[in-house]
Design a protein around this ligand. Sequence first.
Ligand SMILES: Cc1ncc(COP(=O)(O)O)c(C=O)c1O
Length: 478
Amino acid sequence: MSQVLNKESEKYLYQQVIDMIKKMQKSDVLRVGDKLPSLRKLSQQLNVSIPTVKLAYLELERQDLIEARPKSGYFLKGQANILAVPKRCRLTKDPIMVDRQHFIEHIFNAINNPKMVPLGISAPTAAYSAEKALARIMRQVLTKAGEKAVSYAPMDGYPPLKRQLALRYFDYGLQVDQSEIIVTNGAQEAIAIALKCVAKPGDVIAIESPCYFGIIELIESLGMLALEIPLCPVDGIWYQDLEKSIKQHNVKACVFSTSISNPLGSFMTESKKKQVVELLESHDIPMIEDDVYGDLYFTEKRGMPAQKYAKKGLVLSCSSFSKTAAPGYRIGWLLAGKFSDKARIIKRALSCSSSLINQWTLAEFIMGHQYDRYLIRLREILKCNKDRMLAKIQAVFPKDTQVTNPQGGSVLWLKLPNNKDAKELFYQAIEENISIIPGDVFSPSNRYKSFIRISYGIPWNKNIETALEKLSSMCKIL
Ligand SMILES: Cc1ncc(COP(=O)(O)O)c(C=O)c1O
Protein backbone atom coordinates (compact mmCIF):
# COMPACT_ATOMS: atom_id res chain seq x y z
CA MET A 1 0.00 0.00 0.00
CA SER A 2 2.08 2.87 -1.23
CA GLN A 3 -0.64 5.50 -1.58
CA VAL A 4 0.03 8.87 -0.08
CA LEU A 5 -2.67 10.63 1.90
CA ASN A 6 -3.41 14.27 1.35
CA LYS A 7 -2.72 15.98 4.63
CA GLU A 8 -3.92 19.31 3.26
CA SER A 9 -7.34 17.91 2.39
CA GLU A 10 -10.39 18.80 4.46
CA LYS A 11 -11.22 15.13 4.64
CA TYR A 12 -10.15 13.45 7.88
CA LEU A 13 -7.12 11.22 7.49
CA TYR A 14 -8.93 8.17 8.86
CA GLN A 15 -11.64 8.72 6.21
CA GLN A 16 -8.95 8.82 3.53
CA VAL A 17 -7.62 5.49 4.82
CA ILE A 18 -11.15 4.06 4.52
CA ASP A 19 -11.54 5.40 0.97
CA MET A 20 -8.19 3.94 0.00
CA ILE A 21 -9.12 0.47 1.26
CA LYS A 22 -12.51 0.59 -0.46
CA LYS A 23 -10.84 1.66 -3.71
CA MET A 24 -8.37 -1.22 -3.49
CA GLN A 25 -11.26 -3.60 -2.94
CA LYS A 26 -13.17 -2.22 -5.91
CA SER A 27 -10.20 -2.56 -8.22
CA ASP A 28 -9.70 -6.18 -7.03
CA VAL A 29 -6.29 -5.45 -5.47
CA LEU A 30 -7.72 -6.47 -2.12
CA ARG A 31 -9.95 -9.54 -2.17
CA VAL A 32 -12.28 -11.25 0.24
CA GLY A 33 -10.22 -13.07 2.86
CA ASP A 34 -7.08 -10.97 2.36
CA LYS A 35 -5.30 -9.82 5.48
CA LEU A 36 -4.95 -6.07 5.93
CA PRO A 37 -1.62 -4.65 7.10
CA SER A 38 -1.17 -4.38 10.86
CA LEU A 39 -1.96 -1.02 12.47
CA ARG A 40 1.73 -0.31 12.94
CA LYS A 41 2.71 -1.30 9.41
CA LEU A 42 -0.01 0.77 7.71
CA SER A 43 0.66 3.76 9.92
CA GLN A 44 4.32 3.61 8.87
CA GLN A 45 3.47 3.12 5.20
CA LEU A 46 1.05 6.04 5.12
CA ASN A 47 2.94 8.17 7.58
CA VAL A 48 -0.05 8.63 9.88
CA SER A 49 -0.54 7.76 13.53
CA ILE A 50 -1.59 4.30 14.74
CA PRO A 51 -4.85 5.70 16.27
CA THR A 52 -5.78 7.09 12.82
CA VAL A 53 -5.45 3.66 11.22
CA LYS A 54 -7.21 2.07 14.18
CA LEU A 55 -10.13 4.48 13.76
CA ALA A 56 -10.36 3.63 10.06
CA TYR A 57 -10.35 -0.12 10.80
CA LEU A 58 -12.99 0.27 13.51
CA GLU A 59 -15.23 2.16 11.10
CA LEU A 60 -14.69 -0.44 8.35
CA GLU A 61 -15.55 -3.12 10.90
CA ARG A 62 -18.69 -1.23 11.85
CA GLN A 63 -19.64 -1.09 8.17
CA ASP A 64 -19.19 -4.88 8.08
CA LEU A 65 -16.46 -4.68 5.44
CA ILE A 66 -13.62 -6.09 7.50
CA GLU A 67 -13.41 -8.35 10.53
CA ALA A 68 -10.93 -8.57 13.39
CA ARG A 69 -9.79 -12.11 14.12
CA PRO A 70 -8.28 -12.70 17.57
CA LYS A 71 -4.48 -12.90 17.45
CA SER A 72 -4.53 -12.80 13.62
CA GLY A 73 -5.36 -9.24 12.59
CA TYR A 74 -7.92 -7.63 10.27
CA PHE A 75 -9.34 -9.36 7.18
CA LEU A 76 -11.52 -8.28 4.29
CA LYS A 77 -14.96 -9.80 4.78
CA GLY A 78 -17.23 -11.50 2.26
CA GLN A 79 -20.31 -9.50 1.38
CA ALA A 80 -23.87 -10.52 2.14
CA ASN A 81 -25.12 -13.25 -0.12
CA ILE A 82 -26.93 -11.75 -3.09
CA LEU A 83 -27.84 -15.15 -4.47
CA ALA A 84 -30.77 -17.02 -2.94
CA VAL A 85 -30.33 -20.04 -0.66
CA PRO A 86 -31.74 -23.32 -2.08
CA LYS A 87 -35.32 -23.97 -1.00
CA ARG A 88 -36.68 -26.82 1.09
CA CYS A 89 -37.31 -30.03 -0.85
CA ARG A 90 -40.60 -31.94 -0.61
CA LEU A 91 -41.19 -34.73 1.88
CA THR A 92 -41.00 -38.23 0.38
CA LYS A 93 -44.07 -40.40 0.66
CA ASP A 94 -42.46 -43.77 1.28
CA PRO A 95 -39.21 -45.35 2.34
CA ILE A 96 -37.30 -46.81 -0.57
CA MET A 97 -34.82 -49.58 -1.28
CA VAL A 98 -31.54 -47.88 -2.11
CA ASP A 99 -29.72 -48.51 -5.37
CA ARG A 100 -26.99 -45.89 -5.68
CA GLN A 101 -23.72 -47.76 -5.20
CA HIS A 102 -22.84 -48.16 -8.89
CA PHE A 103 -23.48 -44.54 -9.62
CA ILE A 104 -21.45 -43.37 -6.61
CA GLU A 105 -18.58 -45.65 -7.63
CA HIS A 106 -18.73 -44.30 -11.16
CA ILE A 107 -18.49 -40.71 -9.92
CA PHE A 108 -15.53 -41.55 -7.69
CA ASN A 109 -13.64 -43.36 -10.42
CA ALA A 110 -14.04 -40.30 -12.61
CA ILE A 111 -12.79 -37.75 -10.10
CA ASN A 112 -9.87 -39.80 -8.80
CA ASN A 113 -7.30 -37.99 -10.87
CA PRO A 114 -4.60 -35.93 -9.15
CA LYS A 115 -4.58 -33.47 -12.08
CA MET A 116 -8.10 -32.29 -11.29
CA VAL A 117 -8.97 -29.07 -9.52
CA PRO A 118 -10.48 -31.06 -6.64
CA LEU A 119 -13.77 -29.25 -6.01
CA GLY A 120 -15.47 -32.63 -5.62
CA ILE A 121 -13.66 -33.97 -2.60
CA SER A 122 -14.41 -32.88 0.93
CA ALA A 123 -11.08 -33.28 2.73
CA PRO A 124 -10.82 -29.97 4.60
CA THR A 125 -7.41 -30.73 6.11
CA ALA A 126 -6.05 -30.25 2.57
CA ALA A 127 -6.66 -26.52 3.08
CA TYR A 128 -4.21 -26.52 5.97
CA SER A 129 -2.39 -29.72 6.68
CA ALA A 130 -1.36 -31.10 10.07
CA GLU A 131 0.81 -33.64 8.27
CA LYS A 132 4.23 -32.29 9.35
CA ALA A 133 3.35 -32.06 13.04
CA LEU A 134 1.77 -35.51 12.97
CA ALA A 135 4.74 -37.04 11.13
CA ARG A 136 7.13 -35.60 13.73
CA ILE A 137 5.06 -37.03 16.58
CA MET A 138 4.79 -40.38 14.84
CA ARG A 139 8.59 -40.59 14.48
CA GLN A 140 8.96 -39.81 18.19
CA VAL A 141 6.44 -42.50 19.09
CA LEU A 142 8.23 -45.06 16.94
CA THR A 143 11.60 -44.18 18.42
CA LYS A 144 10.23 -44.39 21.94
CA ALA A 145 8.00 -47.45 21.62
CA GLY A 146 9.46 -49.36 18.64
CA GLU A 147 7.70 -52.59 17.77
CA LYS A 148 5.07 -52.03 20.46
CA ALA A 149 3.67 -49.03 18.56
CA VAL A 150 2.80 -51.13 15.54
CA SER A 151 1.27 -54.11 17.28
CA TYR A 152 -2.49 -54.64 17.77
CA ALA A 153 -4.28 -51.93 19.71
CA PRO A 154 -6.76 -52.89 22.43
CA MET A 155 -10.00 -53.86 20.67
CA ASP A 156 -11.97 -50.76 21.68
CA GLY A 157 -9.09 -48.31 21.44
CA TYR A 158 -5.83 -46.95 22.84
CA PRO A 159 -6.65 -45.81 26.42
CA PRO A 160 -4.76 -42.46 26.36
CA LEU A 161 -6.68 -41.44 23.22
CA LYS A 162 -9.97 -42.49 24.78
CA ARG A 163 -9.11 -40.44 27.84
CA GLN A 164 -8.51 -37.37 25.66
CA LEU A 165 -11.84 -37.93 23.91
CA ALA A 166 -13.60 -38.26 27.28
CA LEU A 167 -11.98 -35.00 28.40
CA ARG A 168 -13.24 -33.26 25.28
CA TYR A 169 -16.77 -34.48 25.98
CA PHE A 170 -16.34 -33.25 29.55
CA ASP A 171 -15.55 -29.82 28.10
CA TYR A 172 -18.95 -29.89 26.36
CA GLY A 173 -20.60 -30.61 29.69
CA LEU A 174 -21.01 -34.33 29.10
CA GLN A 175 -19.73 -36.92 31.54
CA VAL A 176 -18.49 -39.81 29.46
CA ASP A 177 -16.71 -42.76 30.98
CA GLN A 178 -13.78 -43.54 28.69
CA SER A 179 -14.75 -47.21 28.77
CA GLU A 180 -17.91 -46.24 26.83
CA ILE A 181 -15.85 -45.03 23.86
CA ILE A 182 -15.09 -47.46 21.05
CA VAL A 183 -12.38 -46.36 18.63
CA THR A 184 -13.26 -47.22 15.04
CA ASN A 185 -11.85 -47.06 11.51
CA GLY A 186 -13.21 -43.61 10.71
CA ALA A 187 -16.73 -42.35 11.30
CA GLN A 188 -17.91 -44.59 8.49
CA GLU A 189 -17.22 -47.72 10.54
CA ALA A 190 -18.75 -46.08 13.61
CA ILE A 191 -21.99 -45.38 11.69
CA ALA A 192 -21.98 -48.91 10.24
CA ILE A 193 -21.63 -50.46 13.71
CA ALA A 194 -24.31 -48.13 15.08
CA LEU A 195 -26.73 -49.09 12.29
CA LYS A 196 -26.09 -52.78 12.88
CA CYS A 197 -26.78 -52.27 16.59
CA VAL A 198 -30.19 -50.73 16.10
CA ALA A 199 -31.65 -52.12 12.86
CA LYS A 200 -31.68 -55.12 10.55
CA PRO A 201 -32.17 -55.62 6.79
CA GLY A 202 -35.56 -54.35 5.64
CA ASP A 203 -35.87 -51.79 8.45
CA VAL A 204 -36.64 -48.14 7.69
CA ILE A 205 -33.90 -45.62 8.45
CA ALA A 206 -34.73 -41.91 8.36
CA ILE A 207 -31.96 -39.87 6.77
CA GLU A 208 -31.45 -36.22 5.88
CA SER A 209 -32.24 -34.99 2.41
CA PRO A 210 -29.80 -34.10 0.92
CA CYS A 211 -27.64 -36.68 2.69
CA TYR A 212 -23.92 -37.50 2.64
CA PHE A 213 -23.66 -40.31 0.06
CA GLY A 214 -21.50 -42.54 2.33
CA ILE A 215 -24.56 -43.04 4.53
CA ILE A 216 -26.75 -43.80 1.52
CA GLU A 217 -24.24 -46.44 0.38
CA LEU A 218 -24.09 -47.92 3.86
CA ILE A 219 -27.88 -48.26 4.08
CA GLU A 220 -27.84 -49.95 0.69
CA SER A 221 -25.11 -52.40 1.66
CA LEU A 222 -26.96 -53.29 4.87
CA GLY A 223 -30.19 -53.96 2.93
CA MET A 224 -32.14 -51.30 4.86
CA LEU A 225 -34.70 -48.83 3.47
CA ALA A 226 -34.14 -45.09 3.41
CA LEU A 227 -36.73 -42.46 4.24
CA GLU A 228 -35.68 -38.95 3.28
CA ILE A 229 -36.49 -36.12 5.70
CA PRO A 230 -35.92 -32.62 4.23
CA LEU A 231 -33.11 -30.60 5.71
CA CYS A 232 -33.30 -26.86 6.26
CA PRO A 233 -30.19 -25.07 4.88
CA VAL A 234 -29.96 -23.06 8.08
CA ASP A 235 -30.71 -25.22 11.09
CA GLY A 236 -30.93 -28.86 10.15
CA ILE A 237 -33.82 -31.31 9.98
CA TRP A 238 -37.38 -29.96 9.51
CA TYR A 239 -38.97 -30.95 12.80
CA GLN A 240 -42.56 -31.12 11.53
CA ASP A 241 -41.54 -33.40 8.67
CA LEU A 242 -39.76 -35.69 11.09
CA GLU A 243 -42.79 -35.77 13.38
CA LYS A 244 -45.10 -36.57 10.45
CA SER A 245 -42.80 -39.30 9.07
CA ILE A 246 -42.59 -41.01 12.45
CA LYS A 247 -46.39 -41.11 12.65
CA GLN A 248 -46.72 -42.52 9.14
CA HIS A 249 -43.89 -45.04 9.00
CA ASN A 250 -42.30 -47.60 11.20
CA VAL A 251 -39.00 -45.72 11.48
CA LYS A 252 -36.45 -48.01 13.14
CA ALA A 253 -33.65 -45.44 13.53
CA CYS A 254 -32.42 -42.07 12.25
CA VAL A 255 -29.01 -40.93 11.03
CA PHE A 256 -28.67 -37.15 11.35
CA SER A 257 -25.77 -34.69 11.40
CA THR A 258 -26.27 -32.96 14.68
CA SER A 259 -23.83 -30.11 14.27
CA ILE A 260 -22.88 -29.30 10.71
CA SER A 261 -24.39 -31.21 7.83
CA ASN A 262 -22.85 -32.32 4.56
CA PRO A 263 -23.66 -31.05 1.90
CA LEU A 264 -25.86 -28.21 3.24
CA GLY A 265 -23.55 -26.93 6.00
CA SER A 266 -26.57 -26.23 8.20
CA PHE A 267 -26.09 -25.98 11.94
CA MET A 268 -28.72 -27.54 14.18
CA THR A 269 -29.52 -25.21 17.07
CA GLU A 270 -29.32 -26.58 20.60
CA SER A 271 -33.05 -26.17 21.16
CA LYS A 272 -33.87 -28.07 17.97
CA LYS A 273 -31.37 -30.80 18.82
CA LYS A 274 -32.96 -31.23 22.23
CA GLN A 275 -36.45 -31.26 20.71
CA VAL A 276 -35.43 -33.89 18.13
CA VAL A 277 -33.83 -36.15 20.77
CA GLU A 278 -36.90 -35.83 23.01
CA LEU A 279 -39.23 -36.65 20.14
CA LEU A 280 -37.23 -39.70 19.09
CA GLU A 281 -36.73 -41.00 22.63
CA SER A 282 -40.45 -40.61 23.32
CA HIS A 283 -41.02 -43.06 20.44
CA ASP A 284 -38.07 -45.27 21.48
CA ILE A 285 -36.33 -44.55 18.18
CA PRO A 286 -32.52 -44.54 18.34
CA MET A 287 -30.73 -41.63 16.72
CA ILE A 288 -27.29 -42.08 15.21
CA GLU A 289 -25.59 -38.70 15.30
CA ASP A 290 -22.93 -37.96 12.74
CA ASP A 291 -20.71 -35.29 14.25
CA VAL A 292 -17.68 -35.43 11.93
CA TYR A 293 -17.88 -31.73 11.08
CA GLY A 294 -18.70 -30.61 14.63
CA ASP A 295 -15.33 -28.94 15.22
CA LEU A 296 -15.36 -27.05 11.92
CA TYR A 297 -17.91 -24.42 12.95
CA PHE A 298 -17.93 -20.76 11.86
CA THR A 299 -20.45 -19.84 14.52
CA GLU A 300 -19.35 -18.40 17.84
CA LYS A 301 -19.48 -21.72 19.65
CA ARG A 302 -19.27 -25.38 18.79
CA GLY A 303 -22.58 -27.23 18.58
CA MET A 304 -23.01 -29.73 21.41
CA PRO A 305 -23.25 -33.44 20.63
CA ALA A 306 -26.92 -34.51 20.76
CA GLN A 307 -25.74 -37.20 23.19
CA LYS A 308 -25.95 -34.45 25.81
CA TYR A 309 -29.77 -34.46 25.61
CA ALA A 310 -30.27 -38.24 25.66
CA LYS A 311 -32.10 -39.56 28.71
CA LYS A 312 -32.66 -43.16 27.65
CA GLY A 313 -29.28 -43.98 26.06
CA LEU A 314 -30.85 -43.94 22.59
CA VAL A 315 -28.35 -41.55 20.97
CA LEU A 316 -25.33 -43.16 19.35
CA SER A 317 -22.59 -40.60 18.63
CA CYS A 318 -20.19 -41.09 15.73
CA SER A 319 -17.25 -38.91 14.85
CA SER A 320 -13.67 -39.01 13.62
CA PHE A 321 -10.44 -37.13 13.00
CA SER A 322 -10.92 -37.39 9.23
CA LYS A 323 -12.11 -33.80 8.75
CA THR A 324 -10.05 -32.29 11.53
CA ALA A 325 -6.59 -33.89 11.44
CA ALA A 326 -5.84 -36.75 9.04
CA PRO A 327 -8.41 -38.60 6.89
CA GLY A 328 -5.90 -41.31 5.98
CA TYR A 329 -5.35 -42.31 9.61
CA ARG A 330 -8.88 -43.74 9.58
CA ILE A 331 -9.46 -43.04 13.27
CA GLY A 332 -13.00 -42.39 14.45
CA TRP A 333 -15.06 -43.34 17.48
CA LEU A 334 -18.47 -44.39 18.65
CA LEU A 335 -20.34 -43.70 21.85
CA ALA A 336 -23.12 -46.23 21.62
CA GLY A 337 -25.33 -45.34 24.62
CA LYS A 338 -27.31 -48.35 25.78
CA PHE A 339 -26.01 -50.38 22.82
CA SER A 340 -22.38 -50.33 24.04
CA ASP A 341 -21.99 -54.07 24.62
CA LYS A 342 -23.49 -54.98 21.28
CA ALA A 343 -21.37 -52.35 19.53
CA ARG A 344 -18.18 -53.75 21.08
CA ILE A 345 -18.96 -57.24 19.78
CA ILE A 346 -19.70 -55.92 16.28
CA LYS A 347 -16.47 -53.90 16.24
CA ARG A 348 -14.45 -56.96 17.20
CA ALA A 349 -16.13 -59.05 14.53
CA LEU A 350 -15.70 -56.40 11.84
CA SER A 351 -12.13 -55.20 12.24
CA CYS A 352 -10.69 -56.43 15.54
CA SER A 353 -9.12 -53.02 16.34
CA SER A 354 -7.90 -49.77 14.75
CA SER A 355 -4.32 -48.73 14.00
CA LEU A 356 -2.35 -48.30 17.24
CA ILE A 357 0.36 -46.02 15.88
CA ASN A 358 -2.25 -43.66 14.42
CA GLN A 359 -4.21 -43.55 17.69
CA TRP A 360 -1.02 -43.02 19.66
CA THR A 361 0.08 -40.16 17.38
CA LEU A 362 -3.30 -38.45 17.63
CA ALA A 363 -3.34 -38.83 21.42
CA GLU A 364 0.06 -37.09 21.66
CA PHE A 365 -1.10 -34.41 19.20
CA ILE A 366 -4.06 -33.59 21.45
CA MET A 367 -2.12 -33.86 24.71
CA GLY A 368 0.55 -31.43 23.47
CA HIS A 369 -2.26 -28.86 22.81
CA GLN A 370 -1.27 -28.75 19.16
CA TYR A 371 -4.62 -30.10 18.02
CA ASP A 372 -6.66 -27.22 19.46
CA ARG A 373 -4.27 -24.63 18.03
CA TYR A 374 -4.41 -26.37 14.68
CA LEU A 375 -8.23 -26.40 14.72
CA ILE A 376 -8.40 -22.66 15.34
CA ARG A 377 -6.25 -21.98 12.28
CA LEU A 378 -8.04 -24.58 10.15
CA ARG A 379 -11.42 -22.97 10.91
CA GLU A 380 -10.07 -19.53 10.04
CA ILE A 381 -8.73 -20.74 6.71
CA LEU A 382 -11.92 -22.60 5.84
CA LYS A 383 -14.10 -19.61 6.71
CA CYS A 384 -11.89 -17.38 4.60
CA ASN A 385 -12.01 -19.84 1.65
CA LYS A 386 -15.78 -20.03 1.98
CA ASP A 387 -16.08 -16.23 1.76
CA ARG A 388 -13.77 -16.15 -1.25
CA MET A 389 -15.65 -18.89 -3.04
CA LEU A 390 -19.03 -17.30 -2.35
CA ALA A 391 -17.74 -13.93 -3.56
CA LYS A 392 -16.45 -15.50 -6.77
CA ILE A 393 -19.68 -17.43 -7.37
CA GLN A 394 -21.72 -14.28 -6.87
CA ALA A 395 -19.48 -12.44 -9.30
CA VAL A 396 -19.51 -14.96 -12.14
CA PHE A 397 -22.60 -17.19 -11.90
CA PRO A 398 -25.97 -16.15 -13.35
CA LYS A 399 -28.38 -14.53 -10.90
CA ASP A 400 -30.77 -17.48 -10.79
CA THR A 401 -28.06 -19.66 -9.24
CA GLN A 402 -28.81 -20.55 -5.63
CA VAL A 403 -26.13 -21.27 -3.08
CA THR A 404 -25.90 -22.08 0.60
CA ASN A 405 -23.97 -20.01 3.10
CA PRO A 406 -22.68 -22.83 5.34
CA GLN A 407 -22.12 -22.27 9.02
CA GLY A 408 -19.23 -24.65 9.08
CA GLY A 409 -17.64 -27.55 7.22
CA SER A 410 -15.99 -27.33 3.85
CA VAL A 411 -18.60 -27.52 1.07
CA LEU A 412 -21.13 -25.38 -0.80
CA TRP A 413 -24.39 -26.69 -2.25
CA LEU A 414 -25.43 -25.00 -5.47
CA LYS A 415 -28.65 -25.07 -7.43
CA LEU A 416 -27.51 -24.54 -10.99
CA PRO A 417 -28.93 -21.75 -13.15
CA ASN A 418 -31.28 -22.57 -16.04
CA ASN A 419 -32.01 -25.91 -14.35
CA LYS A 420 -28.77 -27.13 -15.85
CA ASP A 421 -28.41 -30.89 -15.53
CA ALA A 422 -25.75 -31.57 -12.89
CA LYS A 423 -24.65 -34.86 -14.42
CA GLU A 424 -24.06 -33.16 -17.75
CA LEU A 425 -22.06 -30.44 -16.00
CA PHE A 426 -20.11 -33.14 -14.15
CA TYR A 427 -18.96 -34.72 -17.45
CA GLN A 428 -18.20 -31.34 -19.03
CA ALA A 429 -16.18 -30.38 -15.94
CA ILE A 430 -14.21 -33.66 -16.01
CA GLU A 431 -13.15 -32.80 -19.59
CA GLU A 432 -11.72 -29.57 -18.20
CA ASN A 433 -10.02 -31.37 -15.29
CA ILE A 434 -12.41 -30.00 -12.70
CA SER A 435 -14.10 -32.35 -10.25
CA ILE A 436 -17.50 -31.61 -8.75
CA ILE A 437 -20.14 -33.92 -7.27
CA PRO A 438 -23.55 -34.01 -8.95
CA GLY A 439 -26.53 -33.67 -6.62
CA ASP A 440 -28.10 -37.05 -7.50
CA VAL A 441 -25.66 -38.94 -5.27
CA PHE A 442 -27.01 -37.12 -2.22
CA SER A 443 -30.43 -38.70 -2.49
CA PRO A 444 -31.58 -42.30 -2.80
CA SER A 445 -34.56 -41.09 -4.84
CA ASN A 446 -32.50 -39.30 -7.50
CA ARG A 447 -33.50 -35.77 -6.56
CA TYR A 448 -31.21 -32.80 -6.84
CA LYS A 449 -30.67 -33.27 -10.55
CA SER A 450 -29.66 -29.65 -11.00
CA PHE A 451 -27.59 -29.35 -7.81
CA ILE A 452 -23.87 -29.78 -7.28
CA ARG A 453 -21.60 -29.90 -4.25
CA ILE A 454 -18.28 -28.09 -4.43
CA SER A 455 -15.56 -27.98 -1.84
CA TYR A 456 -13.63 -24.99 -0.54
CA GLY A 457 -11.52 -27.20 1.73
CA ILE A 458 -8.50 -26.86 -0.52
CA PRO A 459 -5.52 -24.50 -0.61
CA TRP A 460 -6.81 -21.34 -2.31
CA ASN A 461 -5.21 -20.47 -5.65
CA LYS A 462 -5.94 -18.91 -9.01
CA ASN A 463 -6.88 -22.32 -10.53
CA ILE A 464 -9.93 -22.44 -8.28
CA GLU A 465 -11.15 -19.07 -9.50
CA THR A 466 -10.56 -20.13 -13.13
CA ALA A 467 -12.39 -23.41 -12.49
CA LEU A 468 -15.41 -21.50 -11.11
CA GLU A 469 -15.40 -19.22 -14.15
CA LYS A 470 -15.36 -22.26 -16.44
CA LEU A 471 -18.19 -23.95 -14.53
CA SER A 472 -20.25 -20.82 -14.78
CA SER A 473 -19.74 -20.56 -18.56
CA MET A 474 -20.72 -24.23 -18.93
CA CYS A 475 -23.97 -23.36 -17.15
CA LYS A 476 -24.65 -20.41 -19.42
CA ILE A 477 -24.55 -22.48 -22.62
CA LEU A 478 -27.91 -24.14 -23.03
C1 LIG B 1 -21.04 -36.32 6.82
C2 LIG B 1 -19.98 -37.39 6.84
N1 LIG B 1 -20.12 -38.41 7.68
C3 LIG B 1 -19.21 -39.39 7.74
C4 LIG B 1 -18.10 -39.38 6.92
C5 LIG B 1 -17.12 -40.50 7.00
O1 LIG B 1 -16.02 -40.08 7.75
P1 LIG B 1 -14.69 -40.96 7.88
O2 LIG B 1 -13.79 -40.56 6.77
O3 LIG B 1 -14.16 -40.61 9.21
O4 LIG B 1 -15.08 -42.39 7.78
C6 LIG B 1 -17.92 -38.33 6.02
C7 LIG B 1 -16.77 -38.31 5.11
O5 LIG B 1 -16.73 -37.62 4.12
C8 LIG B 1 -18.89 -37.30 5.98
O6 LIG B 1 -18.79 -36.26 5.15
